[in-house]
Design a protein around this ligand. Structure first.
Ligand code: GDP
Ligand code: IMO
Ligand code: MG
Length: 426
């Protein structure tokens, strides 16, 4: 039995989807444990492109059981749409998807709250994906207004509770937005009952299911969404998502103790990107940043927003690696950096005249951090077809070694293109 975890070490979009898809080959079960349809993963193989958001990337492999764990927040509408899109592409997930009865449900008022809140904060907005993620997690922590998947199957008590919940939501939303059209609790209740029917084939106690799978010694893969620097506890708070998007989310979000994990793989891009607000010390607001955005197609899968681009930051990614306790690194999109004259890697920050490799807790300190760079000569050859580390140009090998040295972890996988086949296993 092998239990593996794949987790992003930066601000998301590290190409986790590609690695999860690749590793699913050796696993029978793939588990999402946090986040929701704020995630967006693009996976390419056999000339086809698949876009996944709420569904675990493992669904693309026939015979693999894909689990949406209890820590995920589920928008049933978005889930149904994704299932239909995949079916149209020839992927039928009807027999291999399981949804936790403990997962929380995103309802239309969560999306409205997200939008109204972001609009009201204007320049101080977090820059969320607008999917209602934070407001669903807020209700989860608050308890009295939360709706879990299991509640959909207890209609009498749900109908009664929704009355009070919707009244309270309408009250807050009207205060935030004078144009707001109140929700009718009968409409929301009717929606929940539609969802109850649509989700029924997938709903189960995934915690009990996973523990049976462990007993049967099946290989399990945990698929992180977002990245460690967006973790609500360990990321660049408050410019984070509302879940533990580092490996800290695995146990609470699945019911599987982290000590059972055999290998923790940290995924990093060969540079850094960020979508939404918040400090970004190595950001390149210049033509190099634009070059990386163009070559790497750095536009959000979920919202289409241009991703902010910058040099690789070993302090930030190193923080992610420590929090997650990774065993090794998977270095992605290295090919995007070909053609640059020279490359920079941030090895430390200068904050208030002091050099540090600690990642600051406060966003204002991070905003004041001046990156201290190591410069590495570029390589001007196309590496998209390279399949062995030894065949990479010297500059690229030096770049990989420097990242491994600064992060104090071995680089075991290098990706040189979006396709499954464009992967170098070290
Ligand atoms: P995720 O959210 O971490 O799964 O990452 P995304 O899918 O949002 O973003 C990664 C993007 O990079 C996707 O469009 C992938 O198809 C693409 N990609 C993955 N690996 C590589 C690579 O090695 N090189 C290039 N050029 N693109 C890649
Ligand atoms: P994947 O899984 C990149 C960012 C948003 C925003 C912040 C909070 O594709 O790596 P939220 O809607 O979660 O309340 O927004 O988090 N964000 C992501 N950035 N990749 C993601 O997912 C993200 N999911 C959320 O842009 O800054
Ligand atoms: Mg993404």
């Amino acid at each position: 039995m092998t239990i593996t975890s794949v987790v992003g070490l930066q601000w998301g979009d590290e190409a986790k989807g590609k690695i999860v898809d690749l590793l699913t080959d050796e696993h029978q079960v793939v588990v999402r444990y946090q986040g929701g349809n704020n995630a967006g993963h693009t996976v390419k193989f056999d000339g086809k492109t698949y876009k996944l958001s709420l569904l675990p990337t493992g669904v693309l492999r026939p015979g693999v059981t894909a689990i949406i764990g209890n820590g995920v927040v589920v928008n049933p509408e978005a889930l149904q749409k994704e299932i239909d899109t995949l079916r149209a592409q020839g992927v039928d997930i009807s027999t291999n998807l399981l949804l936790s009865d403990r997962a929380h449900v995103i309802l239309p008022y969560h999306v409205a709250e997200d939008g109204a809140s972001e609009r009201s904060y204007k320049k101080d907005a977090i820059g969320t994906t607008g999917r209602g993620i934070g407001f669903c997690y807020r209700d989860k922590a608050g308890r009295s207004q939360a709706v879990r998947v299991g509640d959909l199957y207890h209609p009498a008590s749900l109908e009664q509770r929704l009355d009070g919940i919707v009244k309270s939501k309408n009250h807050v939303l009207s205060a935030l937005d004078p144009e707001f059209q109140p929700f009718a609790s009968s409409d929301i209740f009717a929606l929940t009952q539609k969802y109850a029917t649509a989700l029924k084939p997938y709903v189960t106690d995934t915690v009990a299911w996973l523990h049976r799978a462990i007993k049967e010694k099946r290989n399990i893969l945990f698929e992180g969404a977002q990245g460690s620097l967006l973790d609500v506890d360990h990321g660049t708070y408050p410019y984070v998502t509302s879940s533990n998007s580092s490996s800290a989310g695995i146990h609470p979000g699945s019911g599987v103790p982290e000590r059972l994990i055999d290998e923790m793989i940290g995924v990093v891009k060969a540079y850094t990107t960020r979508v939404g607000g918040g400090p970004f010390p190595t950001e390149l607001d210049n033509e190099i940043g634009q070059h990386i955005r163009d070559v790497g197609h750095e536009y959000g899968t979920v919202t289409g927003r241009p991703r902010r681009c910058g040099w690789f930051d070993a302090v930030a990614a190193g923080h992610g690696a420590k929090i997650c306790g990774v065993d090794c690194i998977s270095l992605m999109l290295l090919d995007v950096l070909s053609q640059l004259d020279e490359l920079k890697i941030c090895e430390a920050y200068e904050i208030g005249g002091e050099r540090t490799t600690d990642f600051p807790a406060h966003v204002e300190d991070l905003a004041n951090a001046k990156p201290i760079y190591r410069t590495i000569p570029g390589w001007k050859t196309d590496i998209c077809g390279v399949t062995r580390l030894a065949d990479l140009p010297a500059g690229a090998r030096k770049y990989i070694d420097t990242i491994g040295e600064l992060m104090e972890k071995p680089v075991k996988i290098v990706s040189v293109g979006p396709d499954r086949a464009q992967t170098i296993l070290g």
